[in-house]
Design a protein around this ligand. Structure first.
Ligand code: PLP
Length: 417
């Protein structure tokens, strides 16, 4: 049986006909209707410990555009004077992320300024962020960390950064709905900056299209709500920058249904990721923290000696029916468009991590047998690549692969979610 990288399984509208009919009968199809309001309320209660507020958006990219635009305010570009070319204002972000973050910054008239990442968590490197903040000062309009693959980023550090420098923070947490810290609070709860989550079909909180912006700052969310409704601060009168970022009532219904089934989804995904860690210790993963990390797929790093075999390995997996990808390779600075419209120098850790990353299958309907199939096939291909490498390098000894963990890893997984 082929095993794709992801097999989206949003809630089935066909099994929620009564609730669909309620929407049809209500005559309210968008504009923060009752289903949307109920979803936002339940989201805050269940994911954010009842603290703060959230706003649905039609997708996370629009959510990022709104959040960045609000964070930087209506201030004119610095240095703008007659005849003097405007100095660029920067959005500081890691290059190891998805295009959406840089695109959102560019839509807001900012220049992406790329920093390096931490070699273990693959999130923005604190020291490199500080170096760039010290160097560019107030030319940095916003800091945009990425909670890499749902990793529980240290938000206290970013709150302190805003207090110290005055620079606002917008977190791209596209994959993070469901990530919880050890105390059970959802990732982001209580954070005073803006955090943007995605509900795209391929994310673990899968609905199709949609997103959520969260903040502990109620005024910020209220203003974003107006911005996402054409900037109408008064009835049909724009008082601020705006666009249409609203989620439909049917979209909100999908999100509400997903919220209801999400605990089971998360524990299945957690078990799958644990299975990877145990059955494929040859790969390097993000650190496992005491809470829960939402997993969109299973990312791991190949041993350094196998980086140049990555294409062969993924091609061999594809021939055996196993889907894989290389998020985020090429990283943003390696894409011509962002290299041309952004700034970034010396990203050695990003280059290394991007060169070795592979994303392996993980999805709601993935079974224990699928996992065994994937991990045994990956191991076989790693071995093959090692042997090839040994022949090619003649006498230079290849790295020793850690001993294999047999069986145990798979036994705790549910056969069917
Ligand atoms: C998926 C993703 C986005 C975009 O989310 P959409 O809801 O599809 O717009 C942004 N950033 C990252 C890191 C993502 O993975």
């Amino acid at each position: 049986m082929p095993v794709p990288l992801v097999r989206p399984r949003p809630p089935r509208l066909s099994q929620a006909v009564a609730r669909l009919r309620t929407i049809e009968d209500s005559g309210v199809f968008s504009n923060f209707g009752p289903v949307n309001t109920e979803f936002e309320h339940d989201m805050v209660a269940r994911m954010f410990a009842g603290q703060g507020a959230c706003l649905t958006v039609c997708n996370a990219t629009i959510g990022l555009m709104l959040a960045v635009r609000q964070a930087i305010g209506d201030r004119p570009t610095l240095g703008q004077a007659q005849g003097v070319p405007a100095r660029p204002r920067y959005a500081l972000m890691p290059s190891f992320t998805f295009a959406a973050a840089a695109q959102a910054a560019l839509w807001c008239g900012l220049t992406p300024l790329f920093c390096d990442i931490d070699p273990t968590t693959w999130t923005a490197c604190a020291a490199d962020e500080e170096r760039l903040l010290a160097r560019h000062g107030s030319d940095i309009a916003v800091v945009m960390p990425y909670a890499t693959f749902g990793y529980d980023l240290d938000l206290a550090r970013y709150a302190a950064l805003t207090r110290r420098t005055g620079v606002p923070v917008v977190v791209d947490a596209a994959a993070s709905l469901g990530t919880r810290s050890a105390d059970g609070r959802g990732f982001g709860a209580g954070f005073g900056g803006l955090i943007v989550y995605s509900m795209h079909a391929t994310k673990s909180f899968s609905t199709g299209e949609g997103g959520v912006v969260y903040s502990a700052d109620l005024d910020a969310i209220a203003r974003l709500r107006q911005m996402s409704n054409f900037g109408f601060g008064q009835p049909r009168t724009a008082t601020m920058p705006g666009l249409n970022g609203k989620l439909s009532e049917v979209g909100a219904l999908l999100a509400h249904l997903r919220l209801g089934e999400y605990d089971d989804v998360l524990s299945h995904r957690t078990a799958l990721m644990r299975g990877y860690r145990q059955a494929l210790p040859e790969l390097t993963y993000q650190p496992e923290l005491p809470g829960t990390q939402a997993h969109q797929f299973a990312p791991g790093l190949l041993p350094p000696a196998l980086a140049r075999c990555r294409g062969e390995i993924t091609a061999a997996l594809a021939r055996q029916g196993i889907g894989s990808a290389t998020y985020f390779s090429p990283h943003l600075m390696q894409q011509d468009y962002f290299a041309e419209h952004g700034v970034g120098h010396g990203l050695p850790v990003t280059d290394d991590v991007a060169s070795r990353i592979v994303s392996l299958p993980l999805f709601d309907g993935m079974t224990r047998l699928d996992l065994i199939d994937v991990t045994t096939t990956v191991r076989r291909e790693l071995r093959r690549a090692m042997r090839g490498g040994r022949r090619a390098s003649r006498g230079i000894s290849p790295p020793v692969l850690p001993a294999l963990v047999q069986g145990a890893a798979h036994d705790r997984l549910p056969v069917q979610p």
